[in-house]
Ligand binder design. Structure first.
Ligand code: F6R
Length: 335
């Protein structure tokens, strides 16, 4: 018999983070709607895109870069700092994303983007950012923590790309993703519970193909913040050229191979050889995405990590919601 997660959740999950995260499919639906509703009429020619945000609010740039690699004809970059790159100008589309609306790095980037006359869209649930600039998306305030609103921090941007003519209509992918997530909720919950049990007491190292390295990064962030555990990720093929050569790993390493289910044959072959090379260095787990579109596959594996990292928190005797060290650091900075 596996762990009694209901009992653990009752004891530890004070803000019902798990209950909130299980509404992930509905959050995805509402998040897309927020993007669709933004009226944005701007005739300028966009030549590059910057997504500014930190932590949970900063993951969007990575996910969109992965998702839209074959759709967007212009570069998109995630920025996690106080300043914008020199190339940001009036032909740059800047998304400033901060769930609280008060993250100082993101506010600084937003102010700089407005000064440089970039086309700026702010996404916030409150704080100072909510009132800055002409184009704004007001996010719902009900998430127990910023990172737990990940659909709202990522998905509203996609319909905006459509409106600006930067990508073609994505309606089929939206519909496929939403049905898949709704239908798979229980299955994903099962997978997440099993993954958490496998990762208990382990140092997780996540490897994903280049189609999904942002999902691997998301897994790490959620393991850090929800499960309060250190974790690491790298992408295949890049890790085949450096990390694979390592011979010293933590004794309790667990490798999680995130498989998109639609890998190029060359990447699939690399996964098989990598697993073989690493077989003596730790336990190996494979997580397979489902879905036809990359959008569906991406959010399928992200939904798994949202739940798995919470279940792992419970197994670690922790409440998944609070991030006391992040809060402490922000408090010290404000002094
Ligand atoms: C907390 C969390 C953090 C925050 C980050 C930025 O749940 O996920 O990573 O997202 O500190 O704060 P916000 O999202 O308010 O801009």
């Amino acid at each position: 018999m596996g762990p009694d997660f209901s009992k653990l959740a009752e004891e530890l999950d004070k803000s019902n983070a798990l209950g909130f995260l299980k509404t992930f499919p509905e959050q995805c639906r509402n998040a897309l709607e927020l993007g669709r509703r933004l009226e944005i009429n701007d005739g300028r020619k966009i030549s590059n895109i910057i997504v500014s945000g930190m932590g949970g609010s900063g993951i969007g740039g990575h996910i969109l870069k992965n998702l839209l690699k074959t759709e967007l004809a212009i570069p998109i970059e995630a920025y996690h700092s106080y300043s914008l790159p020199k190339y940001a100008d009036e032909n740059t589309l800047v998304f400033a994303v901060s769930y609280s609306g008060n993250t100082e790095e993101t506010l600084a980037c937003m102010e700089e983007a407005l000064k440089r006359n970039c086309l700026v869209v702010g996404l916030a649930s409150g704080g100072k950012l909510k009132d800055l600039g002409k184009y704004r998306i007001a996010l719902p305030r009900d998430a127990p923590q910023p990172r737990m609103a990940v659909p709202f921090l990522t998905l509203p941007m996609i319909p905006i790309f459509e409106k600006l003519g930067l990508i073609k209509n994505q309606e089929n992918s939206y519909n496929e993703m939403l049905s898949l997530l709704e239908e798979s909720r229980n299955e994903i919950d099962e997978i997440a519970r099993d993954a958490a049990a496998e990762l208990k007491g382990k140092f997780p190292i996540i490897y994903a193909g280049d189609e999904m390295d942002s999902a691997a990064y998301r897994w790490v962030c959620e393991l850090n913040e929800n499960s309060k555990t250190l974790a690491h990720f790298q992408e295949i093929p890049e890790m085949n050229h450096n990390e694979i050569n390592s011979e010293i790993f933590p004794e309790n390493t667990a490798f999680v191979f995130l498989r998109s289910g639609n890998e190029d044959a060359k990447i699939a072959k690399r996964f098989e050889i990598t697993k073989d090379v690493l077989k003596d260095y730790g336990k190996q787990i494979e997580i397979f995405a489902k879905g036809n579109s990359l959008l569906a596959r991406m959010y399928y594996v992200i939904f798994i990590d949202e739940l798995a990292s919470c279940y792992l928190a419970l197994l670690n005797g922790k409440d998944p919601e609070p991030v006391p060290k992040i809060a402490y650091l922000k408090k010290r900075l404000a002094e």
